[in-house]
Design a protein around this ligand. Structure first.
Ligand code: KG4
Ligand code: ZN
Length: 343
């Protein structure tokens, strides 16, 4: 089977061709174009600009992915596309294109969730099957999901306010570390003391595992204002390291509780923030101490890409599941209705 995957949920236009071969699927090609330079001067993703640039890039990116994979549309078994969640204007570009391609060629298509795709990215590098516990930490999500079987998922924790990546981006912007914020903050934290400032680690009432990053963000801002401007480089590094440690602690404690609760021995962590070396280190330590197999994709597969979408498509097509043409994209997680309009 050869599947084309299309991703346009945020600020990356991506397409990839994945082939099912042998034990583990193989990436035949993966093309990711980022809009970082377009959004840099605004310090964050501007939705309208993102959709316009997806429109410009989507066909060249797909053509390039097919070319690098040395295949034509007629060689494909199906097309997978991100249906949601994400920026609706951005999603619609990829989603409508996939539906049009499906209509024009007669190829089946499947709308897949951005979250399941982040987790299925691990299947491109590790051999494993359901059930497993999944952590998606990105610019839009901080979710812990119990992945029971294909299409059957239970969200154990989600964020009540900012996603963790969003908090990294905003604090990086506040500390004038540059854009995109996550990697810049990690760099600044490298030479800082993670115990310099004891920032709060939010815990919810009623044993809820939900995340909240607004208190941590406020604490960093209030601490910064206590010091006369401009901050010295070592103060900035200490603030960055202390923020990063608190943000990572909040993830680790929730993952530990979820792993114990579910009694599962396979754990996938993905999404852009899973590129963070401190988080990767702490997840490795935790998995070792609990005797759990950690399935952590390499950084290029953690951030948004088309291969993870194609991987999701492969699973659905292998199970004989496709989508109907009257399906629509959805912007937020709560709108996801598994099975609706899907065959
Ligand atoms: O998964 P992704 O590419 O897109 C979304 O679905 O949001 O994740 C992007 C997010 C951004 O917030 C970015 O700052 C964050 O991932 N990120 C990082 C690192 N690399 C990317 N956050 C912390 N440390 C990093 N090294
Ligand atoms: Zn993502």
């Amino acid at each position: 089977m050869l599947v084309l995957g299309i991703e346009s949920s945020c600020d990356e236009t991506a397409a990839a061709v994945v082939e099912s071969s042998g034990v583990r699927p193989r990436i035949r090609s993966s093309v990711v174009t980022s809009q970082i330079e377009i959004h840099r001067r605004f310090g964050g993703v501007v939705p309208e600009l993102a959709s316009r640039n997806h429109l410009k890039m989507i066909l060249p990116v797909i053509e390039e992915a097919l070319k690098r994979a040395e295949v034509g549309l007629t060689d494909l078994s199906g097309i997978a596309v991100t249906q949601g969640p994400g920026l609706i204007g951005s999603l619609l570009v990829g989603f409508n294109l996939a539906k049009s391609l499906s209509f024009a060629t007669g190829l089946p298509y499947r709308g897949v969730s951005h979250l399941e795709s982040h987790l299925f990215a691990a299947m491109l590098e590790y051999d494993f099957d359901f059930p497993f516990l999944g952590l998606v930490v990105s610019g839009g999500h901080s979710s812990i999901i119990w992945m029971e079987k294909l299409g059957q998922y239970t969200t154990l924790a989600r964020t009540r306010d900012d996603a963790v990546g969003e908090a990294f981006d905003k604090i990086a912007k506040f500390l004038k570390l540059g854009y995109p914020g996550g990697p810049a903050l990690e760099e600044a934290a490298r030479s800082g003391n993670p115990r310099a400032y004891p920032f709060p680690r939010a815990v919810m009432k009623n044993r809820s595992l939900d995340f909240s990053y607004s208190g941590l963000k406020t604490a960093v801002i209030l601490e910064t204002r206590k010091h006369p401007a401009p901050l010295s480089p070592s103060q900035v590094s200490d603030l960055a390291a202390s923020f990063q440690e608190a943000a990572v602690d909040m993830i680790i404690s929730r993952v530990e509780t979820s792993l114990r609760q579910q009694g599962v021995n396979q754990f996938v962590a993905s999404g852009g923030v899973a590129c963070n070396s401190r988080l990767r280190e702490r997840l490795a330590e935790l998995s070792r101490s609990l005797g759990v197999r950690l399935l952590l994709p390499s950084p290029p597969l953690c951030t948004d890409n088309g291969a993870m979408v194609a991987m999701s498509g492969l699973l659905y097509f292998q199970a004989g599941l496709t989508s109907a043409l009257d399906l629509n994209a959805y912007p937020i997680e709560a709108f996801y209705q598994p099975g609706k309009n899907n065959k």
